[in-house]
Design a protein. Sequence first.
Length: 287
Amino acid sequence: MSDKADNKTPLLLSSPSVVFYSLLLVLPMLMTVVLSLRGFDDMLGVQNVWTLGNYLEIFTDSYFHEIFVRTFVMSLLTALICALIGVPEAYILNRMRAPWKGLFLLAILGPLLISVVVRTLGWAILFGREGMISETLQLFGLSDGPVSLMYSQTGVLIALVHVLVPFMVLSVWASLQRLDPDTERAASSLGASDATIMRRVVLPQIMPGILSGSVIVFALAATAFATPAMIGGRSFKVVATTAYDEFLHSLNWPLGASIAVILLILNIAIISAYNRFVERKYSQVFE
């Protein structure tokens, strides 16, 4: 009896969190999937009929293809730029000593303490035709007239990198905390250059942090709504803003739910494939 009770203990202890997780995430997702399979009429609204027409419309309409491709490219570029900025930033941060390490870590993580809407509004002010960026370019003669980065992919990309690069820094910095400094000193004593040490010693040990950071940034960029909506506006559509428009503007809830479901499935599939590919490719390069 005691063995059976011991076997049930983990299940009993985890059951409250499982129920809580199911109520807050699994159940709403299931309801979204059910809604995506409903029909829609412009005059009557959501219909009590089952159909795959919403998914067929998304898969066959080039308008949605363009939006999904744009979202994928934007997320990929955001993850790449965050890695290029975040990895050296985390490495330098790890080499700092107190109190500078704490101060610079606070500066890096500071944006996370501010609402993403507030940060995006700040970028909107800078990107405007009368913003600081435009005025600076004109002051130094780099532009003949006002320059605006609003409603452009470049503006959205810059704002997303600013919002998400701390996640990359945190992931890489956590891996650097487990880095054995003796391995770097040993490689240096054997005549290895700094570039060789970074490529053959440091990178293999911090790659889990780079991989997890890239996955986090990609997933957050692919599902980002506030930044693309405020910086991109109506002219720069991504999947999240398209689903929002279908729900609240067109009132086509089934189509909006279908877009959300496809985004979730593609996000999971891309992240899983990326994880397997990078781990396999990385092990072949550094063996």
